[in-house]
Unconditional design. Structure first.
Length: 579
């Protein structure tokens, strides 16, 4: 079967939720039995998302093969259960870098290197290099008409008209309700379709982002159809809903599944929702609420709150809560605000400290971790959350009063202390040999879970290790596996960090009640801590990012544990208040 292409473009303005729409369409196409892959084109000139500020661009999503890519890939994986690869995120930075490099190598035989054909064809080549797929679903970042997006539209036009590729184009645009006149207005939609047509492209379907599906009434459908040249049956509403995971069903009920069946020539196929329906039923049963706080450095955005910076953490938390019939009431707290005011944490059932880079907010996070430990509030530390949890424990339990991470010293020479967390030079050399950017530990690495650990039991409850994880034991290179022994209980989790718990301090930490339930035995024999707990405390921290392995079918075992502990804590607290 020749690969079919689905392009999702945005019009009007940004922030409409194109990633969620793309994930929803992918879910529907997968239901039809097609083998799919999902790609995103990002017109910015960064090489990837890894060097972008989360306050500006949202979280950096990490793939199992070590890609630092756009946050929308998190939606793709959570909706479909399909793991993406780092090459599926195509940026202008990557494309232009490749074209310039090819020119330096003489591949253009001295010709003048131009946008057309060279850059355009490089984009086409990147898309066509994604093989072994029935339907390639491509989200194009930005909006129609953006200066930096134009060359990508020219590439799509060339694929359709010159290469005769089987392409379907969706456009997501806003149906805005004008409060002053009391009716929805369609001019933004008309303008973005006109802009699209100017590039020789025509939309096959429109998805309209709107407050309510009732705004897309018969009058509006007729008007949009006439002015945009799109059949009324191919115009769909994307309304505000209580949870984004209902969107695939809402679009399907409006006829999107039938539209795709006709486009793909498979009208006889029945869409199989399978265990996605099971997930939605669990979602419907999540009627109770529980307050959870996370403390991060990328929370505030001016006078507002930046939810996208920790979106995978929030979604993993929601997914775990569903297993217990709960939904989280999330309190997003700026780390620096905790340094002097811990009352922000006084009325929550659990505290999460997620990952991050840089020393800003360190002491606020450490204060939050100490508050959780001393008050027996369930705590989950992720990546930097583990490292600062170790710093806090070393200072206040082990008596290492000047315990620090060398990341703090790197940025402030006046803060020198004992480095209980640091870059391990030998590990840095190993990663450099394998081409890791900035010698970070990126992507999947084996985690050996201790025998008789409660972590093992939770993993088994969730269905970990999965069959896919067992296959990784055979296909992954040695540096990802480390040193494994015959009866090891092995799971794979995604990493994004440079620093480790300093092995010199393992002894004093464990002597004072910290336990290492998961480790990675590096090839040089160094023991790297993956999972830490504190005896008789609802306290757990991981060096990896378990939020990236949570999807609609399977919650993360670590978030599962955390939510279970938070519910027990909250119920006991309410009972105590009643007494």
């Amino acid at each position: 079967m020749q690969t079919k292409y689905l392009f999702i473009l945005g019009g009007g303005y940004s922030g409409l939720g194109k990633g969620v729409v793309t994930a929803s369409i992918a879910r529907i196409v997968k239901n039809l039995g097609f083998k799919i892959k999902i790609c995103k084109v990002d017109p910015y000139f960064n090489f990837g998302a890894g060097d972008q500020n989360p306050n500006e661009h949202g979280e950096v999503f990490v793939t199992e093969d070590g890609g630092e890519i756009d946050q929308d890939f998190g939606y793709y994986e959570r909706f479909t259960g399909i793991n993406c690869e780092k090459t599926y995120n195509i940026t202008s930075g990557k494309i232009y870098w490749k074209v310039i490099n090819d020119g330096l190598k003489g591949k253009y035989l001295g010709r003048s290197i131009q946008l057309i054909p060279h850059v355009r064809d490089a984009i086409k080549k990147e898309l066509s290099s994604i093989k072994d797929v029935d339907v390639l679903i491509v989200e194009v970042g930005g909006t129609i008409g953006d200066d930096e997006s134009i060359i990508f539209l020219r590439a799509i036009e060339s694929m359709i008209n010159e290469d005769k590729k089987d392409c379907t184009i969706f456009v997501l645009a806003p149906l805005v309700f004008n409060e002053s006149v009391g009716e929805p207005k369609t001019k933004i939609i008309q303008n973005c379709i006109r802009d699209l047509n100017s590039f020789g492209l025509r939309a096959d379907a429109l998805i309209l982002r709107t407050r309510s599906a009732t705004f897309l009434d018969k009058k509006r459908r007729e008007k949009i159809s006439v002015h945009c040249g799109i059949s009324q049956e191919n115009i769909f509403a994307d309304p505000d809903i209580d949870t984004i995971y209902r969107l695939p069903v809402i679009l399907s009920e409006q006829g999107l599944t039938n539209f795709l069946k006709q486009k793909f020539g498979c009208v006889e196929k029945n869409g199989d929702w399978g265990n996605f329906n099971t997930f939605l039923k669990k979602l419907d049963s999540a009627t109770k609420s529980i307050p959870i706080a996370y403390v991060g450095k990328y929370v505030k955005d001016g006078d507002g709150i930046h939810k996208d910076a920790y979106i995978s953490v929030e979604e993993a938390l929601k997914r775990a809560c569903i297993e217990f019939g709960y939904s989280p009431e999330i309190y997003r707290i700026e780390a620096e605000d905790c340094q002097d005011d811990l009352s922000l944490l006084s009325n929550v059932a659990g505290i999460i400290v997620p990952g991050g880079y840089g020393s800003r907010g360190f002491e606020g996070k450490i204060s939050a971790i100490k508050y959780a430990r001393e008050n027996n509030i369930p705590f989950l530390g992720l990546c930097l959350g583990l490292q600062l949890g170790v710093v806090e424990f070393a200072r206040n339990v082990c008596g290492v009063k000047n315990a620090h991470t060398d990341e703090q010293d790197e940025e402030n020479s006046e803060c020198s202390g004992e480095h209980v967390v640091c870059i391990l030079k030998e590990q840095e050399k190993i990663r450099a040999e394998h081409g890791f950017i900035g010698t970070q530990r990126l992507g999947d690495f084996a985690c050996v879970v201790k025998e008789n650990s409660f972590i093992r039991k939770i993993c088994q409850t969730i269905g970990r290790p999965s069959e896919e994880e067992k296959l990784k034991l055979k296909k992954y290179p040695d540096y990802r596996l480390g040193i494994l022994e015959k009866d090891d209980f092995v799971i794979f989790e995604r990493h994004r960090h440079r620093r480790e718990i300093n092995p010199k301090y393992h002894g004093i930490l464990t002597e004072n009640g910290m336990e290492f339930h998961g480790i990675h035995r590096a090839l040089d024999g160094t023991i790297l801590v993956e999972i830490a707990t504190i005896k008789e405390k609802p306290w757990l921290a991981t060096q990896f990012h378990p939020e990236f392995n949570s999807n609609y079918a399977t919650p993360s075992p670590f978030f599962y544990w955390f939510v279970d502990e938070a519910i027990k804590y909250w119920n006991a607290r309410k009972l105590q208040i009643k007494k």
